[in-house]
Every structure is written in C-alpha cells, then in structure tokens.
Design a protein around this ligand. Structure first.
Ligand SMILES: Nc1ncnc2c(CN3C[C@H](CCSCCOCCO)[C@@H](O)C3)c[nH]c12
Length: 228
C-alpha cells in the first residue's frame, strides 16, 4: 500500500516532510515529490501549486508515476458554514466545481456532459477519519466542499456558492483531485482546516492562519496514515 499525501501550497506539506524517514526527493513535471516512510508505511508527499490545473497534474503523477494506491489531501479552506471556525476540520463527502459553467445550454452550474456536479470521496477513508477523530476527541465536520480557480474574499460570492452547491467550505483544488482519483479508480480523501471565512477579511485571516491551520490538517492526516 503506497499512500499519496498532497497539498497545494508548501505550507500545507511542510509539517509532513519532517515526520518522514528515509526521505528522498525527485523533480518531475516541474514538481518535487518526497518519498519516505511514516510509521512503517510508504508515502509520497507533494504540493501541487495553487489551483485546479496544477492539482490535477500532481494527483495524476502521484498515481500514474509513483504508483500510489490511495490519495489523501491535506490543506486549508475558506468556511461557508457558520458552524466552521478558524482551525476547524472538515472532510469532503463530495466536491463540486463552482466555476464550471455551461448554464447557457440549460445545464446546472458545475455540470458538463459525461461529468457530475458532485464527485464523491472514499467512504471507507472517511470512516477511518471519524474513528480517528473520535479517539482523539476532535470534532470533524463532513460536508460538501466547493472548488474553483478563485480565492474567494467576497460575502456575495461565498453566499452564492453555498446556496448553489449546498457547500460548507471552499478551496481551489479538491474537486479536481477527486475527479482524477475517481477516473483512475484510486480512493480519495480530502481534509481541510479552516483558515478564513471567504469574506472581506479572508486574505488577512488567510495570511495569519495558513500555517497553524495547515499544521492541524497535517497532524490529522498523519494520524489517519497510522490507521490505514
Ligand atoms: N477564501 C478562500 N478561497 C479559496 N481557497 C481558499 C483556501 C484554500 N487554498 C489556499 C490557497 C489560496 C491561494 S491565494 C493566496 C496565495 O498567496 C501566495 C503569496 O502571495 C489555495 O491553494 C486554496 C483557503 N481559503 C480560501
């Protein structure tokens, strides 16, 4: 079993690299991939760079070139649900692309032919997360995460995304990672810790809480690796 752990930004994987043994790194398709061992398990860790295109590329390389059998994403997100506060964890039951739009042809937002509005993540991995959360006494929200190639810092856009997709949080990579994993038949798990509320203060809160929230997510992901 080879486990891929992916983030989008360096800050999202930095807390992971230091925990690996026998680390070797390789450059491929303008990305660095860190191979190592965590608690006896083979892991490959990489950050994609920001956005759906980079994330899809890295997810594909992790699976097709590094032969990973499952993919765990660890990172931060903007909150939509009022329940989610900075530092809180959310796992994606499903993910959608809020900026995918061919509604001019009568289709729903987030839909293209032969695609689906909401791509599901792996149920078994989500169950493991809930077991880990229970053991550690951590509150874990499960919901829909909306992905798009925009840093959302506007209450109106946030409200529209939440209402249109019944989404609880938003970010810029998860849905594309889930689509790649689904197409390649690899179990996918998307975990995010809240860094901001996608509103007028989003960029300030993001800058302030990126590092600490990324650490919360990374710590949880490592606890999951022990259980997988
Ligand atoms: N409100 C929000 N809207 C959309 N996504 C998010 C996320 C999740 N990640 C964080 C990161 C934001 C990239 S912009 C900042 C880059 O600064 C780089 C240095 O200038 C991108 O990888 C998506 C947290 N809050 C968000």
């Amino acid at each position: 079993m080879k486990i891929a752990i992916m983030g989008a930004m360096p800050e999202e994987i930095e807390p992971l690299i230091g925990q690996l043994e026998n680390v070797s790194s390789s450059l491929y398709a303008s990305n660095t991939y860190y191979e190592g061992i965590y608690k006896g398990k083979e892991v490959v860790v990489a950050y994609s760079k920001i956005g759906k295109v980079f994330a899809a590329l890295t997810a594909t390389i992790l699976i097709e070139k590094f032969d990973c059998d499952i993919l765990l994403f660890s990172g931060v997100a903007g909150a939509i649900s009022e329940e989610l506060k900075i530092g809180d964890l959310i796992i994606a039951e499903g993910l959608c692309q809020h900026d995918l739009d061919i509604t001019a042809f009568g289709h729903p937002y987030g839909y293209v032919p032969e695609g689906e509005v909401c791509v599901k993540t792996d149920k078994h991995l989500r169950q493991i997360a809930k077991t880990v959360a229970e053991k550690k006494g951590i509150t874990l929200k499960e919901g829909v995460i909306a992905t798009g190639d925009q840093f959302v810092a506007d209450p109106e856009r946030k409200k529209w995304i939440g209402e249109t997709f019944k989404a609880d949080a938003l970010e810029m990579e998860g849905a594309s990672v889930a689509v790649v994993c689904d197409a390649l038949n690899v179990p996918c798990f998307i975990l995010r810790a809240i860094s901001d509320s996608a509103d007028m203060d989003a960029s300030f809160n993001f800058d302030e809480f990126l590092e600490s929230s990324a650490k919360v997510s990374a710590g949880f992901i490592l606890s999951m690796v022990e259980e997988i």
